[in-house]
Design a protein around this ligand. Structure first.
Ligand code: NDP
Length: 279
């Protein structure tokens, strides 16, 4: 009798940098669960068809990375409350009736890593969020929930920062800074890089005036993509800087638990994939 191995995937563009397939293989080995998990490169034009084909062919679940998180949310048949609130999805699950459910665990994963491993509790802090894409949306809601004193959003395309600020509906705590006038901004306690500049091999020209002696820098990117921001943080005088590898493991573990009902060993997995993947 043949058994079918359940199929999972991460969709993105680009996707070669993604450590998700490796992480899910680590979790599978930890828990003894047989699965297949592949990376699928889909351009924005091809994404919806590629995802539908994947699920139609029996795919059980998918992680979604740049730049597809908003499109993933839009095509799902239903969603959990967190995804409904943030309007983006990084986890899609095929339910037993065939419907696709959207979830968003980026915000929780970022906070768990930021507070738990990096010692960067954002409560009452003045936080600068760079970026206004899918991950930045999830990060923004999570940072507000965590009790930041203020959240300033700066994005290359200012209109997207303004749209994100508007949807957060907290004008007392949320503001927008122009990307090309960041040298006129205050210094921040925490600077979160949620842009994809590192993955796109582009430099971020940030002024060091954003930094004071206790500023902590947190990058959602990981691996080689996190090196430019980490380098800037060091040169600018940040007290500490962290990449997004811990966040990735947190969010991957939450996806794994959603799909398989088992919580993997996060610290062991992080240790296993850290070699060669830290800035
Ligand atoms: P999106 O494509 O949705 O958004 C990309 C964002 O980056 C936009 O705000 C875009 O600005 C900005 N950007 C792109 N290139 C540049 C550049 N050269 N200079 C300045 N800004 C730029 O991507 P996501 O939000 O999904 O992902 C963002 C990053 O976060 C990715 O690197 C991704 O790998 C990482 N990530 C990591 C996770 C983890 O678990 N560690 C989880 C989720 C994301 P504009 O609006 O002007 O185009």
């Amino acid at each position: 009798m043949s058994t079918t191995i359940p199929r999972y995937a991460v969709f993105g563009h680009p996707i070669a940098h993604s450590l998700s397939p490796r992480l899910h293989a680590v979790f599978a080995a930890q828990t003894g669960i047989a699965l297949e998990y592949v990376a699928i490169d889909a351009t924005p034009e091809a994404f919806v068809d590629a995802l539908r084909d994947f699920f139609a062919a029996g795919g059980c679940g998918a992680n979604i990375t740049l730049p597809h998180k908003a499109a993933a949310f839009a095509l799902a048949d239903g969603c959990v409350a967190t995804a409904q609130r943030v309007g983006v999805a990084n986890v899609l699950t095929r339910l037993s009736d065939g419907r696709i459910e959207a979830d968003s665990n980026d915000g929780a994963g970022m906070l768990a890593d930021m507070c738990g491993r990096c010692g960067a509790d954002p409560r009452d802090r003045h936080v600068l969020l760079l970026g206004a894409g899918g991950a930045a949306r999830a990060a923004a809601f999570a940072l507000l929930d965590a009790g930041v004193g203020s959240l300033t959003i700066a994005n290359r395309t200012t209109a997207r920062a303004q749209a994100l600020a508007g949807s957060l509906a907290e004008p007392g705590r949320v503001g927008v800074a122009r990307w090309d006038a960041l040298e006129q901004s205050r210094a921040f306690d925490v600077i979160v890089n949620a842009t994809s500049a590192g993955v796109q091999h582009a430099a971020l020209a940030l002024p060091s005036s954003l930094v004071h002696a206790h500023t902590i820098a947190y990058d959602l990117s990981y691996g080689p993509a996190a090196r430019p921001f980490a380098g800037w943080a060091k040169r600018a005088g940040c007290a500490a800087a962290s990449d997004g590898l811990g966040m990735l493991v947190e969010t991957a573990a939450a996806s794994f638990e959603r799909w398989h009902g088992v919580r993997p060993d996060i610290d062991a997995a992080l240790k296993e994939i850290s070699a060669g993947n830290r800035p």
